[in-house]
Design a protein around this ligand. Sequence first.
Ligand SMILES: Cc1cc2nc3c(=O)[nH]c(=O)nc-3n(C[C@H](O)[C@H](O)[C@H](O)COP(=O)(O)O)c2cc1C
Length: 166
Amino acid sequence: MKSLIVFCSTHGTTAKAAHLLRKQIEGDVIVINLEKTKLHSDLELFDSVIIGGSIHAGSIQGKIRKFMKENDHVLQRKNLGLFLCCMREGEEAFKQFDNVFPHRLREAAVVKGLFGGEFAFSRMNFFEKIIARSISGSTDDKSTLDVEAIREFATTFNRSNKFLPV
Ligand SMILES: Cc1cc2nc3c(=O)[nH]c(=O)nc-3n(C[C@H](O)[C@H](O)[C@H](O)COP(=O)(O)O)c2cc1C
């Protein structure tokens, strides 16, 4: 079973989540950071694909949007997982998830995850600090990264991988 995890991460949280996932996904797993590397392999080589990104001012990274748009048809046929890192919680987080992942991929996904997020002010520029402070209400570093949600996502994903038609 071959799986691909593609992600973008502005300050490292989604990268952390992707690498935690990698350790828990069964079979061969390749992890690609689309900010740093282009995907050279054919998507057809993978049984499963996991796509992850984070929210900044309401949007997911442009390279993730482009990847989903260009591979829409292939992705719908995969054992597909989608995850998002963000600091908003509850209903607002679900709304952001629905806004950034296209309807067809959300419908096709066997598992969807909200993994929380992190505010690391030392990694932000001046403008990012202003936005982050307005969301957080403080300038203290904060983490809501949800390792249990990552574990549950991996368990569901592995289970559905086993039932893929051969
Ligand atoms: C400038 C900025 C804007 C953000 N905007 C949002 C937002 O609109 N909604 C939200 O839920 N989280 C927002 N966040 C929180 C990020 O989603 C969170 O920090 C996440 O962990 C970032 O992951 P990354 O380091 O992988 O990019 C924002 C963070 C920053 C720094």
